[in-house]
Design a protein around this ligand. Structure first.
Ligand code: FAD
Length: 389
């Protein structure tokens, strides 16, 4: 078992799930690890990973062609995300945006005909998906702050507005755009195909986290989308919220994997780096770092495993996913800081690996509901009192 699996999480999985995890681990070590620092420096997603991920065929471990989830999908997805993030969180975000947010939008909001057309193509990565919800003025207050408009015009809709932070959207084939129908004020989902006139994407430059993920700032100017490309079963923000609920557990697992990778790097470094004639791992203060990291990590793994078991059983509520996201993002932040500290000065160099985990944690902390917002979701559930207006 890898060092960062102290309580034998892998032992609780099926043989099939362990095989999937091993495939992902090998892919990350052989295909992603050798190129990730170069692409991090270039602020670019390595396009050559897409055909390789198509071969891995991971989407079908989670989704069926008809848009239903496989048995144990959430646990399997969690373990896939964990294994990706151990090496590179950006790769997991590419996967999460496509296999989580975009696929779930079609699966939950699409008609039978839309699912029949799109699910197989999304499942084998013939089409890459993106998910456009957040706007420059609408982050945490995502529903109320949603100002992009959709106006019906004959057989089509005309979209106008802006979307910010949209992962994969610089190259996606299909971008789900959530817009407000001016006629009934409801939020609806639109499938905007690559190259549609009026759909402009600018890459957000200069991120200090997740630099392999390409996030777009989208401008929609009289962008026409056919009625057949409106998600037929997404007729209010409720569907959008259902999609986000499905993916929040996956973001909690990102924190697990990111912390796991950082801990393993720190452990190895502590066992080899010599100062004062001793391996630094012999110093009690460094052992304290290691044990603190391992405690965090093990608690996060067991928490997320239970969360995903609940999700697969259909008993997971918003507040369950929100609590896991709050706890793992905070524990991950503490863990990667201790891991970085264990490396001394080398901890801020890209080539030692831990710096990337340190930076990526900041994105995990703030997206899919910031730590504050997820805290308030749990607070409302346990107290029966809402801090939201
Ligand atoms: P704001 O909402 O402006 O929050 C600023 C601060 O105010 C935060 O600390 C927040 O917690 C706090 N705050 C706000 N309201 C309250 C309150 N009521 N009580 C207490 N504190 C409050 N979106 C997409 O649609 N698609 C994507 O693919 C996508 N990818 C992303 C990738 C990255 C790397 C990042 C950083 C973001 C991504 N997002 C995406 C957007 C993301 O979901 C938002 O950034 C997030 O919801 C927070 O919104 P905001 O950044 O506007 O922060």
């Amino acid at each position: 078992a890898p060092h960062g699996d102290f309580y034998d999480l892998m032992g609780t999985l099926s043989q099939h799930q362990r095989d999937v995890a091993a495939r992902v681990r090998q892919f990350m070590e052989t295909e992603v690890a050798p190129i990730m620092n170069e692409y991090w420096s270039r602020d670019e997603f390595p396009q050559q990973l897409i055909p390789k991920m198509r071969e891995l065929n991971l989407m079908r471990e989670i989704w069926n062609d008809d848009g239903t989830r496989t048995p144990d999908a959430s646990v399997t997805e969690g373990v896939i995300i964990m294994e990706m993030c151990r090496v590179d969180v950006s790769t997991a975000v590419f996967f999460g945006v496509h296999a989580g947010l975009a696929l779930a939008s079609v699966a939950l909001g699409g008609s039978e005909a839309q699912k029949a057309e799109l699910m197989p193509k999304l499942l084998n990565l013939e089409l890459v998906g993106a998910f456009g919800l957040t706007e420059p003025e609408g982050g945490s207050q995502v529903s109320r702050g949603l100002h992009t408009t959709a106006m019906r015009d004959g057989d089509a809709w005309v979209l106008n507005g802006e979307k910010k932070w949209i992962g994969n959207s610089t190259f996606s084939d299909l971008t789900v755009i959530w817009a407000r129908d001016v006629a009934d004020d409801q939020v609806k989902g639109f499938l905007v195909r690559k190259g549609t006139p009026g759909f402009k994407v600018e890459k957000i430059q200069g991120k200090i986290a997740l630099r392999l993920v390409e996030n777009g700032h989208i401008t929609l100017t009289d962008c026409r989308v056919q009625e057949i490309d409106r998600l037929q079963n997404a007729n209010s923000f409720r569907t959008t919220a259902d999609v986000l609920r499905l993916t929040r557990a996956g973001v909690a697992w990102q924190g697990v994997g990111c912390a796991m990778g950082a801990y393993e790097l720190a452990l190895k470094y502590a066992q080899t780096r010599v100062q004062f004639g001793k391996k630094i791992g012999e110093f009690q203060l460094i052992q304290n770092h290691l044990v603190h990291m391992l405690g965090n990590l093990t608690a996060m793994q067991t928490l997320c495993l239970r969360l995903s078991v609940m999700e697969d059983a259909g008993t997971m509520k918003d507040e369950h996913a929100a609590l896991a996201k709050v706890v793992t993002a905070a524990r991950c932040r503490e863990t990667v800081a201790l891991a970085r500290e264990t490396f001394g000065g080398n901890g801020i160099l890209l080539e030692y690996g831990v710096a990337k985990h340190f930076c990526d944690t900041e994105a995990i902390y703030s997206y899919e509901g910031t730590n504050e917002i997820n805290t308030l979701v749990v607070g409302r559930a346990v107290s029966g009192l809402s801090a939201f207006v």
